[in-house]
Design a protein around this ligand. Sequence first.
Ligand SMILES: *[C@@H]1O[C@H](CO)[C@@H](O)[C@H](O)[C@H]1NC(C)=O
Ligand SMILES: *[C@@H]1O[C@H](CO)[C@@H](O)[C@H](O)[C@H]1NC(C)=O
Ligand SMILES: *[C@@H]1O[C@H](CO)[C@@H](O)[C@H](O)[C@H]1NC(C)=O
Ligand SMILES: *[C@@H]1O[C@H](CO)[C@@H](O)[C@H](O)[C@H]1NC(C)=O
Ligand SMILES: *[C@@H]1O[C@H](CO)[C@@H](O)[C@H](O)[C@H]1NC(C)=O
Ligand SMILES: *[C@@H]1O[C@H](CO)[C@@H](O)[C@H](O)[C@H]1NC(C)=O
Ligand SMILES: *[C@@H]1O[C@H](CO)[C@@H](O)[C@H](O)[C@H]1NC(C)=O
Length: 516
Amino acid sequence: MIRNFLCLKQKRTLFLLIISLIIFFFYYNIHLKSQQQQLFIPRLRINHEKLLNQNLTFKKVSIAYYTTSYLIRTDSHTKIFNKNLEEICEILDPEDYPLADSVFVNIVDFTRFPKSYRHLHQSQLWIFHSEESPRNSYRTVNMKNIVELDDWFNLTSTFRPESDFHIKYRGYRIKPNIGKLLQVKLNINLNQTIYSTSDIFHNTSSIYLNTLSSILHRELLNRQNVLLNICPYTCNQPLPSHAIQALQPYLNEIKPKVLNRNIVYIAWFVSNCDTHSRREDYVNKLRSQKGIHIDIYGNCKSMYHSHIIPIQCQKGTPNCTEKTISNYRFYLSFENSKCDTYITEKYWIQGTNGYAIPIVLGAKKEQYERIVVPNSYIHVDDFLTVEDLANELHRLNQNDTEFMKYLQWTQLYDVSVDYSPASIIDMHSTLCFLGHYQYLHSMKEENQQITYGMKTIRNIFHMTNMHLSNFNWTTAKTNLIRISQFYNPTVNCWDMDYPSILKQIYNHLFTWWKLF
Ligand SMILES: *[C@@H]1O[C@H](CO)[C@@H](O)[C@H](O)[C@H]1NC(C)=O
Ligand SMILES: *[C@@H]1O[C@H](CO)[C@@H](O)[C@H](O)[C@H]1NC(C)=O
Ligand SMILES: *[C@@H]1O[C@H](CO)[C@@H](O)[C@H](O)[C@H]1NC(C)=O
Ligand SMILES: *[C@@H]1O[C@H](CO)[C@@H](O)[C@H](O)[C@H]1NC(C)=O
Ligand SMILES: *[C@@H]1O[C@H](CO)[C@@H](O)[C@H](O)[C@H]1NC(C)=O
Ligand SMILES: *[C@@H]1O[C@H](CO)[C@@H](O)[C@H](O)[C@H]1NC(C)=O
Ligand SMILES: *[C@@H]1O[C@H](CO)[C@@H](O)[C@H](O)[C@H]1NC(C)=O
């Protein structure tokens, strides 16, 4: 009889297969729908009125911010600038991009621009923007031929520190009390350079130059105050090791939360279940190690799975994620792709909670060393096998002195979005300053006021450590950018291509099933 024909085990597998297929199509539909909702189709309209009214003696730099991702729309009603800059720059509607001095483009929207466009509008500055890994960036828009992006862009905004705008969800600074302690007790001085702002030139015939130089003067002072206020010592630069050494007697011991010396409790928040980095395979192996317990939160969580450590807050309430993570000794900051310097909020937001040590997988060790808070993480590449990592976690779980070495940074540094250079001089202000710099540079005559304007703009960037790698201050021109070299999975990544549907089903059945 048929009923006896399938043994229990086979029936279970069949059942699982059907359930997985249903879940799969469900996911896909939701995914596609949410993508469709996000699109708004811009009209290509030329605003002649605007062109005619443009005040040619008074140059306002205009910026179009073209993105359809995350349902963001930045248009002419958006008050993006601080008051100072509103007088010398403006934001246009995204549809008016042909009129703008600079166009900031999210890569997901690139396919919307006619191929011939760029050739006819060479004087614009185009900024390439992506908040995804090179692997995921092009997959979202199904873009195969990355070479098409070559020679379109003048500046870049990505996770790579070589970008003009290095996207970092957070930055770090030396804590003010630590800086003071070093200065007062140990005579180690870490003060910021203060820029002289005495040389200001008034009284020329040009309204433009007079307005611009007084605004730049104010900007330099304001930004210097902001910077000295948020980073009285340095931002994103580690303390010299001799200073850390000297500080030791003055630091209070921090007491870690002890849960269980024999079981290592690890938390993982995850929403993407099939990844290029195959982090799910790694977790699967780590979870099968003796005395390792991983609680999984988020979309990939099985309905049968309950957390050993109960959550004490409602999902979505303020600081719930942080509170939850603080109940664990370790946290998995595993990226979905393994690409150069691709370090996201998984480290910067969840990973730097100050209680659970982040275990990182994604970019290479030396790249973490260069970018993130020193000694704040455990990198999986330091361990030949998953067993080795498990042993190390047990060792740290049993010895608080060793465990606390990874949290010592919380005594020395603060972490916040305000400390990253790209937040101190936001994108719009940067494009505003660059536009005026180019304009000043193009002026044929030379006078003190022009020189002053250019010098002040450079100082503003220098002060905040924003390097604009592709902009040449001498020529006011940009390097030729080959995106196919700069942001290309075949060049920058060493993970796997996106799994096929069959592979994904297999993954759900044989990896995720085992995880619960
Ligand atoms: C041009 O700009 C100057 C300075 O802001 C202003 O006084 C003048 O009214 C403007 N002219 C027009 C036509 O907008
Ligand atoms: C460093 O700056 C603080 C205030 O900003 C000042 O009081 C102190 O004298 C400065 N120290 C040195 C050595 O310049
Ligand atoms: C600047 O001011 C001085 C006197 O204060 C005057 O002699 C000179 O003509 C002015 N220059 C311009 C360009 O307005
Ligand atoms: C959330 O955490 C931040 C930083 O730790 C803190 O300043 C804020 O007060 C917290 N908010 C709530 C509602 O607990
Ligand atoms: C913990 O590690 C420290 C070195 O950091 C060592 O001196 C100490 O003996 C260890 N304690 C135990 C119980 O193993
Ligand atoms: C900027 O351009 C000048 C002139 O072409 C060149 O000599 C200089 O090396 C460039 N600077 C950088 C940083 O590339
Ligand atoms: C911006 O890039 C375009 C296309 O590569 C180029 O023609 C243009 O000269 C660049 N602009 C500047 C200011 O370098």
